[in-house]
Every structure is written in C-alpha cells, then in structure tokens.
Design a protein around this ligand. Structure first.
Ligand SMILES: [Cu+2]
Length: 287
C-alpha cells in the first residue's frame, strides 16, 4: 500500500519534472517543496540548513541515549524492587555520590548541547562578506523584495489569484505559487534584511533553514547562499491576520548570468535603464 503510494508520488514528481522540461527549456525545477509522506527535514539547500540538520542529528543521538537509559532504570527498578522480590523497603534517603553525579552529568550534557547550538545561532545571525542584500518586507498580506544593490527596484509578490489557480503550471504548486517570485543568484552570499509594514510576519523557507520574524520598525538580519537552481517555497510563519494563510513565499534561484538578465529586465521596467541601446537622436538639453 505504502510502496504503491510512494511509487505514485515518484510518478507524479517525474511527470512534473518532465512537463517542466517540456514547457520551456529554461524552466527551473521545483526543488524546495514539501512532499507527501515526507519524514524528517526537507533537503538542505544552504550551508546554514546543512548545519541545522547536523545539529539535529547530534541531538537525536543524545536524546536517544538518555531516553533508553531512563527506560532501562525504570524497568530495572520495577523488577528489582517489586514487593515480591524486595518485601522490606530500606529507609535510605541520601547518597552523596549519586546526588553529585545526577547534578553534574546533566549539566555537562547541557554544555555539550549548548556549544554547537550557540555556534549555529551566531553562524546564521549575520552575513559574512555578503555579495548583495535583499530587503524583505512583510505586508498584510503579501511580500515585497527590494534590491538595493541592483538599483533599488522592488518586486511585489502575491499569491496567485483564484482565477489563475485553476490553470497552474507545473512549477506552481497550489497555495504556494505567487505572481512574482523573489529571484536570487545561486552560489552567492545574500544578506536578508527583514522588516514589516503593518503587523509582524515570519519569512520562512524551510529548505534554506531561515525563519526570520519581521517586525514593523525593526530590521532583522539573516543570510542565504542557495546551492541549486530552482523554485523554493515557504509560508508566513507568524500569525498576522486573516490573510496569513495566503501570503506564501516563493524563491527562484538562478545561475548568475540569468540573474543579471532578470535584473536588467526589472531595471528597465522600473525606468532605471533606457529601454533601448540606441542612443537618443535628440540628446537631453544641457543647462
Ligand atoms: Cu504574514
């Protein structure tokens, strides 16, 4: 049953991939998206998410060892001190060695957990040598992305309207697809500056390991460095009002030259560049 279902999912996924290739040669694959029967984290597509998963794997080992040890103690106590095997209970109340041990050992375990946790928090906190910045602003109920290093144009990103949703393309998952994605170059350290225009929102893309609460009047920083071209999806993760469900996050990661082309096009439509390469026959009047 499950095997059949998994096969079904793979069938659908490969069909989607196939359609994506067929519809346009330059179409980006859908990469960062949850899938049915998913267990564990989404696959990591930034150095930060790789480290998040590594920390998770260490913690999983530690909590498993602790849980098995406590379970063993419980079962042993139930067996060893059962009334039939131990009819007269002792009046022991203190054991200095045990008390010191069960205080010190958990402290050491917490320190062992705290060191990589703090290291990871600071790793994700500030971008080091960022090549560019994108300012993310949460609105009720859409996102806008400003590109200050590319001429400061802004892209507004809204969920596809109900009318568009009936004819979704393969790279447009329902309730996650938007009219204009945030576009980023791959292999580039990008500083993400987040703020909000009205209420608090949460800019969260699971495949990137980023989850920034964005707050009006404040700037919060994070960074991404996407390793693979494609579409990535996330959702607002801060209850922000009745449109909270309908402000998905879609990111399109492109190779650097493709990204530069996209920037040129955006600059032109924002009036930041001349719309043609041909010099004007009538030069602007000089004072
Ligand atoms: Cu929101």
């Amino acid at each position: 049953m499950i095997g059949k279902r998994v096969l079904g999912i793979w069938g659908v996924l490969s069909a989607i991939a196939g359609l994506g290739v067929a519809s346009s040669a330059s179409a980006q694959p859908v990469v960062g998206i949850p899938h049915e029967w998913q267990m564990d984290f989404p696959a990591p597509y930034t150095p930060l998410m790789v480290k998040v998963e590594q920390l998770h794997d260490i913690l999983l080992v530690i909590i498993t060892v602790i849980s098995v040890f406590v379970l063993f103690l419980l079962l042993y106590a139930m067996w060893r001190f059962h009334a039939s095997r131990n009819p007269t209970a002792t009046a022991t109340t203190h054991n200095t060695f045990l008390e010191i041990a069960w205080t010190i050992i958990p402290i050491l375990i917490l320190v062992v957990i705290a060191i990589p946790s703090f290291r990871l928090l600071y790793y994700g906190d500030k971008a080091v040598d960022a090549a560019m910045t994108i300012k993310v602003t949460g609105h009720q109920w859409y996102w806008s992305y400003a590109y200050p290093d590319q001429g400061n144009f802004t892209v507004e990103s809204r969920i596809l309207s109900e009318a568009d949703r009936v004819k979704l393309k393969p790279n447009q998952p329902r309730l996650l697809a938007v009219d204009e994605e945030m576009v980023v170059p791959i292999g580039t350290t990008i500083r993400i500056i987040g703020t909000a225009a009205d209420s608090m929102h949460g800019w969260t893309v699971p495949g990137f390991g980023i989850k920034k609460t964005v707050i009006p009047g404040r700037l919060n920083e994070g960074w991404i460095n996407v390793t693979k071209e494609g579409y990535y999806f996330g959702q607002c993760s801060q209850i922000c009002g009745n449109g909270h469900t309908y402000m998905p996050i879609a990111v399109r990661a492109l190779a650097k030259p493709e990204f530069d082309k996209w920037v040129e096009q955006k600059k032109k439509s924002a009036g930041l560049l001349p719309t043609t390469d041909v010099a004007s026959a009538t030069p602007p009047a000089t004072r």
